[in-house]
Design a protein around this ligand. Sequence first.
Ligand code: ASP
Ligand code: MG
Length: 414
Amino acid sequence: MLSSTIVQKFGGSSVADAEKFRLCAQHALAARRRGQRVVIVVSAMGDATDDLIELAEKAMPQPDRRELDQLLATGEQVSIAMMALTLKGLGVPAISLTGQQAAIRTDNVHGRASIQSIDSARLNTLLDAGQVAVVAGFQGVSPSGDVTTLGRGGSDTTAVALAATLGGACEIYKDVDGVYTADPRLVPAAKRLPRVRYDEMLEAAALGSQVLHPRAVEMAKRFGVPVRVVHSHLHDPEDLAGGTWIVGETDPMEARAVANVVLKKNVGRISLRGVNNIAGVQARVFGPLAERSLPIDDIIQEDDGPGTINLTWTMDKKDLLEAAPIVQNVAGAVRAQSLRIDGVEVGSGLVTLSAVGAGMRTTPGVAAKMFEALAQEGIRVENITTSEIRISCVLAESDGARAAKCVHAAFGLG
Ligand code: ASP
Ligand code: MG
């Protein structure tokens, strides 16, 4: 009887060609040698998902979401078959499973589905029989039996959900060897963090740090799943210490005000100017966006004369196209009731630079230090928002990289 369970997830760049599948398989072999039950979750090979989206857009500029899910799910289906074949080629018993075959049940929000439950009966039977179960990331099955996808980068969520269901740990294999104090491509002085807290990762992920899918971190935190981020090919399969562990608590000795600096690109912004601040006006604006599951980043409300406010929020640039007409509609409806919304502005070309750290709760002066660093570089701040453990500044896109470097240096992270 095999003891503990490990879910190993490999991202698209880790399985970009046949040789890379073989390298990834070494990690499964090592875990088997340690006597673990092994589940592998794979993403689509290389840029397969992007290529499929491009293909769909040639058929229909804003592809029907159900059909797009049907198409995108094929990317992961190629990968699971390739991984199972690779393992079998190495003499390891393995079986590939689509989201549906692995009984990953989601709601029916195509393109952004949420996992509702996983029936682990079949998986447990396979694992106990010594098979490596290779499960397609990023996909599930809706109540009506249709293929759904979980949103870009959703394979991480599949992996953590499986680890939670099976009571195991989760390893995320990527083309980076862990979580860094900043994106090293942007800030060469960035360093790897051996341990990061769930809540720090949650802020970073929500901000678009590409390391982990936000829902995956949320789920890891909720179910207490230990997650390790490691490099898929540079990391020695026998080494259990490398990478970054994402955990509930870190050593208080390691505590610092700012753990990392995250630059979110492709930020869009919508502003409503001169809004009559009657009770319920915010609900009327954001309700229809929520109905379409359009994620909002930060909301700023400011006074604009007596009884009047400006309402500004940021969201992914890619969601602007869908959000803008909805907001225009709301504005029209409000005006039709002889209430005011003077103007709707839609803008892009922005980035959000954030400093994140659990130690911020107890360290004063963090915001001032960040503003000081930006001021010295002559960088204009367009908007500011904060949470208990995060300070975010919206900046012009062209200032992004320079801002990341100077803030990273100001907090001594290099
Ligand atoms: N293949 C999907 C994507 O590229 C899912 C994933 O990689 O996690 O977004
Ligand atoms: Mg991918």
